[in-house]
Design a protein around this ligand. Structure first.
Ligand code: HEC
Ligand SMILES: [Cu+2]
Length: 364
């Protein structure tokens, strides 16, 4: 037991380092604003159910930890062996003891298992409260969102109204992916030729980051997305805007500026139309994301870059440099062509979503 003084002094040298490490850990816990991709700040009913199970298990585990470790430490000191002690009493095969230490963990497990299984069944239910159906499709390496109710399709930003359950029907266009918005719901894998379900309802407007959570190829790490929860009026304004964006000038759209017109022309002739569609209504699934509303989308390249003119230009200059191995080729565009295309893409805007631009504003 007796610590010699020099070893105490040596140990004391580590105190500042220990304090700094602990302070860093404690402060890291505060950054819900800079890093809202967390399961610990649930903002929807589904995520809250999971959070309750997690907290209950964690609380029980904490109690068990202190009881067991406390008893262990107490026993270590209380029954310390001294030289010359007789052999202690042996209790191997004591039936009473065996029954007790099997029964206690079994009871604890019941307290964890019952609520867990209840939540498993609850989260597997099909919502019946007039949900908004959204068809989610994973692609290498971006997410597509289809709204059959409004005959709209979009990519990257999934807009949802607050106060209404969304019922996700999920699949993949290629390999297995996993759809995960930690603050709103659990993970759900998507498989070729199969439909999976997930639902949630949030009451809190905000931008919630999500991420593909199943390795799906070289750019798996850059297969992010945002769920943009808006109050019903803002959501309706968004979908109204989406229904009109990309319409040619002669069918109700306003006449474009010369630069935008030049970009539109280039878009039609530089292979873009082979992989992208710029209108959202009834648009087919293509190799690349639907670009209706790209002008006001929060990010480009699936959450990888903020949607600024500089980043759009950088992307068009050489997508392979931004996201190595991405399924959009380097099209060898000149800087002048890029400027016109950026102006055209920017013109494909809908009503800006409040808070949609700042990836970190998670409505906390
Ligand atoms: C061979 C198919 C193909 C062609 C041709 C193509 N793209 Fe793409 N494009 C893609 C794919 C695939 C992505 C998704 C990349 C990712 O994030 O993984 C993409 C992404 C984009 C994005 C970012 C969209 C978002 O939601 O993040 C923009 C903008 C874009 N392309 C514009 C263009 C323009 C302009 C052209 C023509 C000059 C063009 N693309 C030609 C396949 C293509
Ligand atoms: Cu993926």
């Amino acid at each position: 037991m007796a610590l010699r003084l020099p070893s105490l002094r040596r140990a004391a040298r580590w105190v500042p380092a220990l304090c700094i490490t602990l302070a860093m850990l404690a402060l890291a816990g505060c950054s819900t604003d800079g890093y809202p991709q967390t399961t610990l700040a649930p903002k929807a009913d589904f995520a809250e159910l999971l959070d309750q199970v997690f907290r209950r298990s964690f609380q029980l585990a904490t109690i068990v930890f202190f009881l067991v470790e406390g008893a262990l430490v107490w026993a270590l000191f209380r029954f310390r062996g001294k030289p010359g002690d007789a052999e202690p009493e042996q209790n191997h095969g004591n039936t009473m003891l065996e029954v007790v230490w099997t029964a206690i963990p079994a009871v604890i497990l019941v307290f964890i298992a019952v609520p867990t299984i209840q939540v498993i069944f609850k989260t597997a239910e099909t919502p019946t409260d007039n949900p908004l159906v959204i068809e989610v499709t994973g692609h290498q390496w971006w997410w597509e969102f289809r709204y059959p109710e409004y005959n709209l399709v979009t990519a990257g930003d999934m807009h949802v109204p607050t106060g209404r359950t969304v019922d996700l029907r999920m699949t993949t266009g290629d390999v297995v992916h996993s759809f995960w918005t930690p603050q709103l719901a659990g993970k759900r894998d998507v498989f070729p030729g199969r439909d999976n379900r997930l639902w949630f309802k949030t009451e809190t407007p905000g931008t919630y980051p999500g991420q593909c959570a199943e390795f799906c190829g070289t750019q798996h790490a850059r297969m992010a997305f945002q769920v943009i929860a808006q109050d019903p009026d803002a959501f309706d304004a968004w979908r109204g805007g989406m229904a009109e964006v990309g319409a040619p000038a002669d069918s109700g759209g306003s006449a474009p500026s010369p630069l935008v017109a030049q970009g539109q022309q280039l878009f039609a002739t530089k292979a873009c139309v082979g992989c992208h569609v710029v209108t959202a209504v009834g648009a087919p699934t293509m190799v690349g994301p639907n670009l209706a509303g790209i002008g006001t989308r929060s990010t480009i390249a699936s959450g990888w870059l903020p949607n600024t003119d500089e980043n759009l230009a950088r992307w068009l200059k050489n997508p392979q440099e931004v996201k190595v191995g991405v399924l959009m080729p380097n099209l060898g565009l000149t800087d002048e062509e890029i400027t016109a295309l950026v102006a055209y893409l920017r013109s494909l805007s809908v009503v800006p979503a409040p808070g949609a631009v700042a990836m970190t504003a998670a409505g906390n």
